[in-house]
Design a protein around this ligand. Structure first.
Ligand SMILES: Nc1ncnc2c1ncn2[C@@H]1O[C@H](COP(=O)(O)OP(=O)(O)O)[C@@H](O)[C@H]1O
Ligand SMILES: [Mg+2]
Length: 289
């Protein structure tokens, strides 16, 4: 085996020549050492276009019994029908590293959820690519639960879908039930759950395995204060395992507290990428205007 032959190492030149070192990067200087781990995710010129089903060429409503005003309104709508696709993500590129947590801010419709769904592999890129080193999980979405089955059965099915063995699911069962806070309801069909209970169970199942890239979309992580605290616990757990976390939240406080870095997205494009406090401050300022 080549790897066990010590002589092979002698061939490697460990000494850096002056010409190897970029200017200004003296050993020990900031430019020389990176506090980040290796890349966990590369998004390269990503474009996502939604095709709007049922939208065709502009169709003016000219016949039928519609009176003049209604017809004019319908015709106005007809102008929008001409758009057959929504270009939700437009040329997004960035690299995320292990151990990094990244917040995503931007107005409604900016493309935040679309970007996460694309990273999770739930929508194919229209152009560009997403490279993930390991498993990625969009909280709450990856666990597609069945309302006719009990929570218990859903925990097993969801766990298996996440790649756990039946034994691993059984070991984590009590934790999942406790995390979801559903008590004895776990033995009832999920259609008997309140929407909050169902959301909490979905969330608990999807965090049963620790993914390399964890994504949380605000809409899926709503809940009471205690539940929020448990969510940030999960985020910390993923970070401790050198995973990467993405958090979409309307709470600027949550972003600055939980994320080191933030992306500000507007109309499908990254308009700022930097330390979360700076990005959140700039975004908040733009909202006031
Ligand atoms: N399934 C879909 N089909 C068509 N258009 C969509 C779909 N989902 C989102 N969009 C559109 O894509 C754009 C980005 O939406 P979204 O990613 O949900 O933004 P955000 O999460 O930032 O609010 C919006 O214009 C939205 O209307
Ligand atoms: Mg969204």
């Amino acid at each position: 085996m080549a790897g066990t032959d010590p002589r092979r190492f002698e061939e490697i030149d460990f000494e850096a020549d002056a010409t190897d070192v970029p200017e200004g990067a003296a050993p020990g200087s900031e430019a020389h050492e990176s506090p980040l781990g290796p890349p966990s995710l590369i998004v390269d010129d990503l474009h996502i276009r939604y095709r709007i089903v049922g939208a065709g060429k502009r169709q003016a409503v000219t016949d039928g019994p519609a009176p003049g005003r209604v017809r004019r309104l319908l015709n106005r709508g007809g102008q929008h029908v001409g758009a057959t696709e929504v270009h939700a993500v437009r040329g997004v590129s960035f690299v995320a590293h292990t151990g990094e947590s990244i917040g995503i801010v931007g107005r409604n419709g900016a493309g935040k959820s679309t970007l996460l769904r694309a990273i999770a592999g739930l929508i194919p890129p229209s152009q560009g690519a997403v490279y993930v080193g390991g498993t990625s999980s969009l909280l709450g979405v990856n666990a597609a639960l069945m309302s006719s089955l009990t929570g218990e059965r859903n925990i097993m099915l969801g766990g298996l879908a996440l790649g756990l063995t039946p034994q691993q699911v059984r070991e984590r069962f009590d934790d999942i039930v406790e995390f979801a806070g559903i008590g004895e309801f776990v033995y009832m069909p999920m259609k008997a759950y309140s929407s909050g209970m169902a959301a909490r169970l979905r969330f608990a199942i999807s965090t049963a395995a620790i993914p390399d890239v964890l994504m949380i979309d605000e809409a899926l992580a709503t809940g009471d204060a205690e539940f929020r605290a448990r969510s940030s616990e999960k985020i910390r757990e993923v970070k401790d395992h050198a995973g990467t976390v993405f958090l979409v939240s309307h709470s600027n406080k949550a972003i600055t507290q939980m994320c080191d870095r933030a992306l500000w997205i507007e109309q499908g494009e990254i308009i700022m990428d930097g330390p979360s406090d700076e990005v959140v401050a700039a975004y908040a300022k733009s909202l006031k205007r």
